[in-house]
Design a protein. Structure first.
Length: 416
C-alpha cells in the first residue's frame, strides 16, 4: 500500500472541503461510516482488497456533497471478493465517486453481483471517470419501501466511465452492466460499455437499461461494443424496458407498464451486438435520434405501450415494430449494407467512424430539436444535420473508440 505521504500531491481539492485522507481498507470503511456533508475522501494510490460491503448511509447536500476519489485519477484499485455480493451500497444522497478502478474477484460469479448498489434515497449520485469490471451488474439501482411507499434514486449521473467484463459471467443471475429499476432523470453520458455475457439461464445480457416505470432517462454519447474481446450468448445494447419488470409492487407507482416514459437516446454508437442495438420494451414516448448502429439487429419498438420518434439514425439493420409497438420515422438510413459502411467510414468494425465518403449522410438529416451536438460534443450548427451520431463539419472529429470521444484512459501502475 502506498504510504500516506503520497497524499501530499493532491489536486482539485475544493476550498474548505473536509479532507479525509485514506490509505487502507480500515481507513476507507471508517471514512464512509463517519461521512458528513462536504467530506472529500481521498484514497492514496494502490490496491485495496475488500471482503465486505462498504455502506454509504450518510447524505451530503447540493452545496456540500460527499466525494470519494483517487488522489491521482485511475491509480486506485478496489478489489472486491471473498464471498462478497455487493461492493459500495449507497443509500444516502449526494455522493460522488471519481477516478477509481473497481474489480470483482469472487471465486463464484453469483457472489460478485454489483460494484455499486444504489437504492432508496440515493438521489443526486454521480459516478465519473471510473473503471468497473467483472460484476454481474456493475451498477444496480432499485427502490425500497419507506413507510409503505417505495422510494427510488432520482437525478443520477453516470458519466465517462468504462464498464466491461474480462470473460463471460458463469451465472443465471441478470447480467446487465447498468441495471436500473425505477427512478427519474437518470443521465448516462459518455460511457464505454463492452464485452458482457451471461452463461446461465436464458443467456441474455444487456449493456444498460432503465425500466420499472422509470422516467425521463437520457442515454447520450455512449459507446457500446457488445462483443470486442470475446463473443457468445445473446447480447443487446441500450434499452428502455430491458426484459421487463415484475411484480408490480417494485415498479414506480406500483405499475410496470409502461416500463419507461419520456426517454431519450441520442448520439450513441452501438456495434457488434448479435441482437438489437436499441430495444424499447413498453417504453412510452421514446425519442431515438442520431444514433449509429453497426452490426446489430437494429432497433426494436415492442409492445403496445411503446411509442417512439425515431429520426436521423444510421443503422445496418432495420427499425422493427413488434407486438403492437409504434413509431414515427424520419431522416433515418436503415438496412445499410456492410459494404456501404466500409465505403463511408475508416474502419467501422473497430469503432473507427472517421469519414471517408459522406455523400449519403452529410447534411441529409431532418430537424431534430432535441439534439444540439454530436457524439464528440461537437455542435450541430452548420446547417442541416448529418445522419448518425457524428457531425462531420470543420469542428468535427474525435476518438470514436471511446465513449464521448474522450482520449484513451490510461491506468497508473499497471492496474489495468
Amino acid at each position: 500500500m502506498t504510504t500516506m505521504a503520497a497524499l501530499g500531491l493532491l489536486a482539485g481539492v475544493p476550498a474548505g472541503a473536509g479532507l479525509v485522507p485514506v490509505g487502507d481498507v480500515a481507513g476507507l470503511r471508517a471514512a464512509l461510516q463517519n461521512a458528513a456533508p462536504g467530506d472529500d475522501i481521498v484514497l492514496a494510490a494502490g490496491t485495496y482488497t475488500v471482503d465486505t460491503n462498504l455502506n454509504c448511509l450518510a447524505s451530503g447536500t447540493a452545496a456540500a456533497p460527499i466525494r470519494v476519489r483517487a488522489a491521482t485519477p485511475r491509480s486506485v484499485l478496489l478489489r472486491f471478493g471473498t464471498g462478497l455480493v455487493e461492493g459500495f451500497k449507497v443509500s444516502g444522497a449526494y455522493w460522488r465517486f471519481e477516478g477509481l478502478d473497481v474489480e470483482g474477484t469472487c471465486a463464484t460469479d453469483a457472489n460478485c453481483e454489483h460494484a455499486f448498489h444504489v437504492f432508496g434515497n440515493a438521489e443526486f449520485l454521480q459516478l465519473r471517470d471510473n473503471l468497473l469490471r467483472d460484476f454481474n451488474a456493475q451498477i444496480k439501482s432499485n427502490g425500497v419501501s419507506s413507510g409503505g411507499v417505495y422510494v427510488y434514486p432520482d437525478d443520477v449521473v453516470i458519466e465517462n466511465n468504462l464498464f466491461y467484463d474480462t470473460r463471460a459471467r458463469n451465472t443465471a443471475n441478470p447480467v446487465t452492466k447498468i441495471d436500473v429499476v425505477g427512478g427519474r432523470r437518470w443521465l448516462l453520458r459518455g460511457n464505454t460499455i463492452r464485452d458482457y455475457q451471461k452463461l446461465g439461464g436464458d443467456g441474455v445480457s444487456y449493456a444498460a437499461f432503465l425500466k420499472g416505470n422509470s422516467r425521463d432517462g437520457v442515454f447520450e454519447r455512449n459507446l457500446v461494443r457488445c462483443s470486442q474481446q470475446f463473443s457468445g450468448g445473446t447480447r443487446l445494447g441500450l434499452s428502455f424496458g430491458g426484459g421487463g419488470t415484475g411484480p408490480n409492487s417494485i415498479c414506480e407507482d406500483g405499475i410496470c407498464i409502461p416500463e419507461h416514459q419520456n426517454g431519450i437516446m441520442r448520439n450513441n454508437v452501438i456495434l457488434s451486438c448479435n441482437d438489437v442495438g436499441i430495444y424499447l420494451n413498453s417504453a412510452a414516448n421514446s425519442r431515438i435520434q442520431h444514433n449509429t448502429l453497426y452490426a446489430t439487429s437494429g432497433i426494436d419498438v415492442r409492445f403496445a405501450a411503446s411509442t417512439a420518434d425515431v429520426r436521423n439514425n444510421l443503422s445496418s439493420a432495420g427499425i422493427n415494430l413488434r407486438n403492437g409497438g409504434s413509431s414515427t420515422n424520419a431522416g433515418n438510413l436503415s438496412n445499410v449494407s456492410m459494404a456501404n459502411f466500409a465505403a463511408w467510414f475508416q474502419a467501422p468494425a473497430s469503432a473507427d467512424f472517421r469519414l471517408v465518403n459522406g455523400a449519403s449522410l452529410v447534411n441529409l438529416g431532418v430537424a431534430a430539436p432535441l439534439v444540439a451536438d454530436d457524439f464528440c460534443a461537437n455542435r450541430r450548427n452548420d446547417g442541416l444535420p448529418d445522419v448518425g451520431a457524428l457531425e462531420y463539419d470543420a469542428q468535427g472529429g474525435c476518438e470514436t473508440t471511446q465513449g464521448g470521444g474522450l482520449p484513451l484512459r490510461i491506468f497508473a501502475d499497471g492496474l489495468e
